[in-house]
Design a binder for this molecule. Structure first.
Ligand code: ADP
Length: 483
């Protein structure tokens, strides 16, 4: 199969969160499983990590209409293992300090930037002569690709064999814009109807992706149900999803074992596996506590957090609970985002300097150290499509304390019996439930044998991409067109 992946981020080139990890890992998996040709299309942001890669410019360029202007596209290419990565270049749209936003908010022309990118993906495929069997799109930024395929490009013979899959990594970000964005994208006015593009008088890119793609996936089985059944989860799209529910499935994400492996991780002081974790983790813990300059005390449970600071993640709830637990626990928290949450965490670190460490910002090295050193990993998320952090934590023997929602519910198990558990579940994202779950963790921590059983369960889990990537390929095959 020829698989084209269109996304707004992919690790190791550009990443703001889990989406980048997912797209990067899936591209590699598809290219390794069977005889597939994989082309990954990304915007060429100013801060693309070139690292060891040298991008080769492709000669020539082409034009994409956006609103009443023609925008020029040039492309560059880099070979990344068996994946061909193509960058869509346009300095007006992508040569900026951020990928989606400044510190004050989203770029005002994000509608134009990503309708441009979506259409440039299709024209770019023609430009390089890559005739895809499947186009796999992710989130609102590329949700117009299936819509273009089924409207403006329906009569284009180049795409006569092309089917599309749209993956919802997080339904909280939908790409909603005023009506004029619809016209800027070049669609036919007759399609501005509630069963197609129209959404409360404007356009919703994600809705278009759901309606026009041949298959829809999301990143965990539980989330695929949640987003159809509850308004607070579906964020207004539950009706559209219900309507297309036969085409929707949930496939759990995996984690990249080349990046995340406690045995060979270069960022941590000492590697360990499911047999040697006691010594290894103790070593890593001492190292991290020293680095963070907080008290070394074996009796205290060390809780780690590595997270975006966003309402979704429920860290405001954790901030309220922390003062009640500083006699039993220590906290090492790394996070970037919301200023209010960041300030609350800074304040706590100041009040409890021996017990609380907070670093604001994105720090790959520190993230690895936190996963390795911590005893528990806290995720009081209000919703969580899949969540990668809890799986990374488990692989590193840090037991997640996570809300019973979305992918957390599909990966963290707590039965009350340590032999069948790999973490602790928070019944609902509120203070009472979080305190109760943390209380359980504190009492189990004292019973070393049981605790170690849970760590072994967590570390021995299968968090690889193998099974999930196969499931995607199965879906791709099921919609592959023959002619
Ligand atoms: P989301 O995609 O909602 O942000 P996930 O749990 O799916 O959450 O993925 C988060 C990923 O980003 C993990 O790999 C996590 O380690 C990483 N991450 C989040 N915040 C930071 C940070 N401040 N510094 C380093 N890595 C981070």
């Amino acid at each position: 199969m020829k698989i084209l992946i269109a996304a707004s981020e992919a690790f190791p080139f550009c990443k703001t969160g889990g989406l980048g990890d997912v797209v990067g890992a899936l591209s590699q998996m598809f290219s390794r499983l069977g005889d597939h040709e994989v082309a990954l299309f990304l915007p060429k942001y100013r801060n693309i990590e070139r690292g060891a890669f040298s991008l080769r410019a492709i000669s020539g360029n082409f034009l994409i209409p956006v609103a009443d202007k023609l925008e020029t596209v040039s492309m560059s290419h880099v070979q990344w293992g068996k994946v061909s990565v193509y960058f869509i270049e346009n300095s007006k749209f992508f040569d900026r300090p951020g990928m989606y936003r400044t510190q004050y908010g989203d770029y005002k022309d994000n509608d134009e930037r990503f309708m441009f990118f979506s259409r440039a993906v299709l024209e770019g495929a023609k430009f390089i002569g890559f005739k895809p069997d499947i186009i796999h799109c992710h989130d609102w930024q590329t949700a117009l690709v299936p819509a273009y395929l089924k409207t403006l490009y329906q009569i284009d013979s180049f795409f006569v064999k092309t089917a599309s899959v749209f993956t919802i990594n997080n339904i909280a970000y939908q790409g909603m814009f005023a009506k004029k964005a619809f016209l800027k994208a070049g669609f036919d006015w007759n399609d501005f109807t509630p069963d197609k593009f129209e959404y409360y008088g404007g356009i919703n890119f994600m809705k278009a992706g759901i309606i026009f793609s041949d298959m829809i996936t999301t990143v965990s089985p539980t989330y695929s149900k949640e987003i159809q059944s509850y308004g607070e989860f579906g964020k207004g799209l539950e009706g559209v999803l219900k309507h297309r529910s036969k085409k929707l499935s949930g496939i759990l994400n995996g984690i990249d074992d080349e990046i995340w492996d406690p045995v060979s991780d270069m960022f941590i002081k000492r590697g360990y596996d499911a047999k040697t974790f006691a010594k290894g983790k103790a070593y890593c813990k001492r190292d991290l506590l020293k680095e963070c300059a907080i008290e070394e005390n074996k009796e205290l449970l060390l809780a780690g957090v590595v997270s975006r600071l966003d309402n979704q993640k429920g860290l405001d709830i954790l901030c309220k609970v922390m003062p009640h637990l500083t006699d039993k626990m220590q906290f090492v928290i790394l996070g970037a985002g919301d200023e209010k949450i960041s300030n609350a965490l800074k304040k706590l670190a100041k009040i409890y300097p021996k017990r609380v460490f907070f670093k604001s910002g994105f720090d790959e090295a520190l993230a690895h150290k936190i996963y390795a050193a911590s005893d528990i990993f806290i995720m009081p998320s209000r919703f969580e499509p899949c969540g990668l952090s809890q799986m990374i934590a488990m692989l590193y023997g840090s037991l997640p304390v996570a809300t019973k929602t979305g992918g957390l519910k599909d990966t963290v198990f707590y039965t009350g019996e340590p032999k069948d558990s790999n973490g602790f579940l928070i019944d609902a994202a509120n203070e009472k439930s979080l305190r109760s779950a943390l209380g359980k963790a504190v009492s189990f921590f004292k019973r070393k044998l049981l605790w170690n059983t849970m760590i072994k369960n967590a570390m021995n889990g299968d968090y690889s991409w193998d099974k999930s990537a196969e499931e995607y390929l199965k879906i791709f095959k099921s919609i592959q067109k023959d002619s």
